[in-house]
Design a protein around this ligand. Structure first.
Ligand code: UDP
Length: 254
């Protein structure tokens, strides 16, 4: 690999300078973390699966007109993306109660919500990504009222598309997290879907069995995380060829 300038290293991904100004290379690591990085492991193959799955979701969303940072996949672990200014929010969309919402409100996980609910956490690991009301976001200038209206409608469109695609392969989209970035055309700013969409940032339950096919498998020690992600990739038809490849001996052709 040619030497490249590291721009940022996160828990599951690394960003390098891209080949053109305004581009970055996003590298997917095998590292898994949970509970604000208190629990850590290396899950062989996770980065390859998330690179493919995020490509699949981002290109699908682009095909229905949702602007994203994704340009193209470069190899098994890397994709070329547009450099954006990340809005410091985790935008969470929920269809069914789970995780922190179920805990906070004493709800049983899997309870259907009356409608999709969009909520925001302030992205700050030291503070544990606290939930913040929209009023804080606007008052502190992290995003404008117009940005927030656009972010909510973007998040709901992502939810509709993702829910439909997952339903089509027998999976319920419980909730997910997205991040949104800005790019500038002169003085004019546009919002783009950024970061990644993968089983690291979604809750995905098998419709028939309720089997968890997302990062909760790691958070809650429910089995093999790579198996769960491979199942999602297999159902969507995006398995990298070498994951399914079992070497065979040459056969004699008569
Ligand atoms: N999520 C994420 N990154 C975070 C926090 C949450 O990707 O830092 C995702 C999480 O995987 C789930 C959804 O956002 O799909 C809602 O997470 P929740 O608030 O329930 O938090 P958790 O229970 O994961 O702490």
């Amino acid at each position: 690999m040619a030497r490249r300038k590291l721009v940022y290293e996160g828990k599951a991904k690394i960003l390098y300078e891209g080949p053109e100004p305004g581009t970055l290379v996003q590298y997917f690591k095998d590292d898994a973390t949970a509970f604000n990085a208190e629990k850590k492991a290396v899950i062989e193959g996770k980065g390859v699966l998330n690179n493919r799955l995020s490509e699949y979701f981002m290109t699908g969303l682009q095909s229905i007109g949702i602007p994203t940072h994704f340009i193209k996949r470069i190899n098994m672990r890397e994709q070329l993306i547009r450099q954006v200014e990340i809005i410091p929010l985790e935008v969470i969309v929920r269809n069914f109660a789970a995780g922190s919402m179920a805990k906070r409100l004493g709800m049983e996980e899997g309870t259907p919500l009356p409608r999709p609910i969009v909520e925001f956490s302030y992205k700050d690991d030291k503070l544990g990504d606290p939930l913040v009301p929209e009023e804080y976001i606007i008052a502190f200038g992290w995003a404008s009222q117009q940005d927030m209206d656009d972010i909510v409608s973007l998040a709901l469109r992502v939810n509709d598309w993702m829910s439909g695609v997952m339903y089509g392969v027998g999976i319920k989209l419980i909730d997910f997290k997205i991040e949104v970035g800005r790019i500038y055309d002169g003085d004019f700013a546009r919002l783009l879907l950024a970061d990644e969409i993968s089983p690291d940032s979604c809750r995905l339950w098998d419709i028939e069995t309720g089997r968890k096919l997302d990062k909760d498998v790691f958070r809650r020690d429910l089995g093999d995380l790579a198996d769960a992600y491979t199942e999602v990739a297999r159902r969507l038809g995006v398995l990298p060829t070498n994951v399914t490849h079992t070497p065979t001996k040459p056969t004699l052709i008569n």
